[in-house]
Design a binder for this molecule. Structure first.
Ligand code: NDP
Ligand code: TDO
Length: 280
């Protein structure tokens, strides 16, 4: 059993973590209890709980709003993460942190590997990249997992938007290719990691296996859930932030380093839809 301090516990990934890490001594704190931009909060929590791991699920994730709330995005995704990294390093706590496929520009034609060149094309991606760099500059004992297109039966996400919106017609982009990833599957992998930590610190890519456009993902959600929706492909859905047209990531190192088989997009989606159906 490991002692784990979780920040951002009430976000989409934070909730999945709370469900997956039940066999550990987990202290799960929401933003009202631990503000990652407050060094006093972080230090006090670490001194009080003396965790083996600090899992950071706190972030600024509003991709379009970040284009105007630039300062806020950098404050949470970069400056706060630098402080968090320094404090964890000082107290010898291993940091598990999450980043995004949006650190890439989308011009590749093969899945991005962890050490491929990064070039974010929106503010959110740039702020997350700076957070990654601060961790690498200030820590030795850390894991950064770049994940992508997260969804779950809980929280605000694309799957729930497809199922719950009242639009008669949906127009969804078919010119962005990526890997939708279940937050529950990320959390189960993190549970495996803390139980079998190989101490191979660094940057990794974790996504469910396969690739889809947002349009194909919307269709799959509708078909697999038997909720008929009129979904049409489009290449011109206007958004404030640019998004990479290709953000598929190579996850080979997860199997190699952690001896872990990641579920496919199909399997993960079926599991999440089951959970969604049976939620109270
Ligand atoms: N969602 C996605 O598609 C993807 C997410 N990621 C990454 O995964 C991680 C988790 O994302 P996800 O769960 O979707 O995000 P959510 O937006 O669902 O949750 C983020 C949480 O962070 C909290 N938070 C914000 N600011 C602070 C702060 N200063 N101190 C403490 N908590 C704070 C929020 O609390 P409150 O609401 O109270 O402000 C919220 O509960 C993030 O690092 C994100 O960048 C990566 C790729 C895809
Ligand atoms: C609402 C809507 C969106 N779209 C498009 C916009 C966008 O390209 C795509 C998905 O839109 P969303 O706003 O849900 O997704 P977005 O906020 O871009 O999701 C991203 O979030 C951050 C946090 C990440 O780190 C990324 O990995 C990724 O998951 O669908 C349509 O084509 N039609 C629509 O009606």
């Amino acid at each position: 059993m490991k002692k784990i301090l979780l920040a951002g516990a009430n976000g989409m990934l934070g909730i999945s973590m709370q469900q997956a890490l039940v066999d550990h001594d987990l202290i799960a704190l929401g933003s009202d209890e631990l503000d990652i931009s407050c060094t006093r909060d972080i230090t006090a929590a670490i001194i009080r709980y003396r965790p083996n791991y600090f899992i950071n699920c706190a972030a600024y994730t509003a991709v379009d709003l970040a284009e105007t709330e630039v300062e806020k995005a950098y404050k949470i995704n970069a400056t706060a993460v630098r402080q968090l990294a320094q404090i964890c390093e000082h107290h010898r706590v291993t940091l598990i942190h999450f980043s995004t496929d949006y650190v890439f520009d989308g011009n590749a034609t093969l899945p991005y590997r962890p050490h491929d060149a990064v070039r974010p094309i929106n503010v959110y991606g740039a702020s997350k990249l700076l957070g990654e760099q601060y961790i690498q500059d200030n820590m030795s004992s850390f894991y950064i997992f770049r994940i992508s297109w997260l969804y779950a039966a809980h929280g605000k996400n694309f799957m729930r938007w497809v199922l719950e919106n009242n639009l008669e017609e949906m127009h969804v982009v078919d010119n962005q290719l990526g890997s939708p990833t279940s937050a529950d599957s990320v959390a189960l992998f993190i549970n495996h990691l803390v139980e079998n930590d190989p101490d191979e610190h660094g940057v990794y890519h974790y996504t469910n296996q396969g690739e889809l456009t947002w349009y194909a993902f919307a269709k799959a959600i509708s078909q697999k859930s038997n909720v008929p929706k009129n979904i049409h492909p489009t290449s011109s859905f206007k958004t404030a932030a640019s998004r990479p047209s290709y953000s598929v990531m190579n996850t080979d190192a997860i199997r190699r380093t952690f001896n872990y088989d990641i579920p496919t997009i199909d399997t993960a989606l079926e599991e999440v839809l089951e959970r969604y159906k049976s939620r109270s």
